[in-house]
Design a protein around this ligand. Structure first.
Ligand code: FAD
Length: 459
């Protein structure tokens, strides 16, 4: 029987970032397994034009940079730090597997292997090619790195019925099928739909020929406030805006409007109050491009796509000849209920700091390597569920700030965070003499305690 210290279920960004830091901080052996044929998780099934919506500078695993921190020189994100394409993310994770994990001699990856269960130090996995079941001896812990598994267009099943005769495609088929169509109906209000609409506009499609089904509106975060390194003043300034608005807002709507007034949050249609918030980033240039699409269908959720007709909860819409309906309704991040991260023989990876999925997984690797008592490790790692609404956003901000205070009080964790490339505030300490950084840090410090007390009341 194979044995390992840690069996990590899921070799996506989270499993890899956790393994990378655990290997660097301990002498543990790890075995990563995944149903997929290669490491990289959902990125392996993403549509061809997907890219990070955050900078590459603070994405990936701690021990290996992603990209070269170049500044984008043209397009709708000019002046911002580079954002890797999906293909670049996949290639990077392959390099991580070979040159960081397996090169250590203490990590192995088993592809096409599905976790079944785990009892008393023995885990069962099924090799999906052969169907063979194998037992693995686990000396320390099973790490669930698929608890917040993303639901992505290539693998999700739409929640509505689709007639086989309807002209319908998931976003991944858009580049191949767009040329055969004259009009487009995009279903979904989140990042995937944004990507589809921007792709169509970039392909030269007249905005008049795009209809967009948006049952609800979303608040987006201005990407300008998420730029690290030489532009880290943008991040601390954005955090100061969040804290100041949190300290002064009278209601959740007021909180969002204050954040909109300072350019932190953005919405496509200023006449409609958004009820969704997922932390998705957009640039101002992307926002103004999206605003060209003014044929928005607001008739609730789609119930079915039929040949010539779209049925929605509040009415029907005709689908003209030559029109392709594009599904962009996959949910993306999972909203799994929070559970304690560290248990006797399991670790369930979850969000800690918002907007930082790989930072969180790596920090949990560090905490696992250096802590020995589950209660103390859980004290340092309170789960912070992903947000879907402005209410969740308020709760999520609060939990992040409470955790940050805990981490600042723990010298080894504080040091790790300061030096981690995954820390979006990396390099802040070096730039404290910069007047803009200093002023923003002061404003954050002035308001954060009041915001932490006040936001839970609003939420
Ligand atoms: C389109 C998209 C773009 C994004 N862009 C960004 C961004 O720019 N910046 C950012 O910070 N975050 C971004 N995110 C957030 C994203 O959640 C993280 O970036 C990250 O990739 C998620 O990785 P994960 O490992 O948690 O999940 P996944 O990538 O979903 O990996 C989970 C893995 O677990 C495996 N698995 C599940 N069940 C089993 C089982 N029983 N046995 C074996 N294996 C199993 C799956 O096959 C999968 O490979 C984006 C998300 C999406 C969907």
């Amino acid at each position: 029987m194979k044995t390992t210290d840690y069996l990590i279920i899921g070799a996506g960004a989270s499993g890899l970032a956790f393994a990378d830091t655990l290997l660097g901080e301990s002498d543990a052996e790890v075995l990563l397994i995944d149903r997929r044929a290669k490491v990289g998780g959902h990125w392996r099934d993403a549509y061809s034009f997907v890219r990070l919506h955050s900078p590459s500078a603070y994405y990936g695993v701690d021990s290996l940079p992603l990209g070269q921190n170049r500044i984008i020189a043209s397009g709708r994100n000019t002046g911002f730090y580079e954002q890797a394409t999906g293909a670049e993310v996949c290639a990077y994770f392959e390099t991580v597997r070979a040159s960081r994990l397996e090169a250590s001699g203490r990590a192995h990856f088993l592809a096409r292997s599905e976790f079944l269960d785990h009892h008393g130090g023995t885990a069962s996995i099924r090799h999906t090619g052969s169907g063979e079941i194998e037992q693995i001896g686990v000396r320390r812990r099973v790490v669930d790195a698929r608890y917040q598994e993303a639901s992505v267009p290539a693998t999700h099943v739409p929640s509505y019925a689709v007639d086989p005769d309807a002209a319908f495609a998931p976003i991944g088929m858009l580049p191949g099928r767009a040329g055969e169509h004259r009009g487009f109906i995009v279903i979904g209000a989140g990042k995937t739909a944004v990507d589809a609409c921007l792709w169509l506009l970039d392909a030269g499609i007249d905005p008049e020929r795009i209809r967009w089904v948006r049952p609800r509106e979303m608040w987006f975060t201005d990407r300008a406030g998420m730029q690290p390194l030489d532009q880290v003043a943008s991040i601390i300034n954005g955090l100061a805006d969040d804290a100041q608005a949190g300290a002064q807002a009278r209601t959740l709507v007021d909180l969002c409007h204050r954040l909109e007034d300072v350019g932190r949050l953005m919405r496509i249609d200023s006449g409609i109050e958004p009820t969704m918030y997922r932390g998705t980033m957009l640039s101002l240039a992307e926002l103004s491009a999206l605003r060209q699409i003014d044929n928005v269908i607001r008739l609730g959720h789609v119930k079915s796509v039929e040949a010539g007709r779209l049925r929605l909860t509040d009415g029907d819409v005709a689908i003209g000849p030559g029109t392709l309906v594009v599904d962009c309704s996959a949910r993306g991040l999972a909203s799994s209920p929070q559970v304690p991260i560290f248990a006797h023989d399991t670790i369930t990876l979850q969000q800690l700091r918002h907007n930082s999925p790989t930072f969180n997984a790596a920090l949990l690797g560090f905490i696992e390597a250096h802590g020995d008592d589950a209660a103390e490790k859980n004290r340092m790692a309170p789960p912070n569920p992903y947000a879907s609404t402005p209410r969740d956003m308020a709760t999520m901000f609060t939990r992040t700030w409470v955790s940050e205070r805990l981490w600042q009080g723990q010298p080894d964790i504080r040091r790790w965070i300061e030096h981690s490339r995954l820390n979006l505030l990396g390099g802040l300490a070096l730039r404290m003499e910069d007047a803009a950084v200093k002023a923003a840090a002061g404003r954050f410090a002035t308001h954060v305690a009041t915001a932490v007390a006040r936001l839970p009341q609003l939420a």
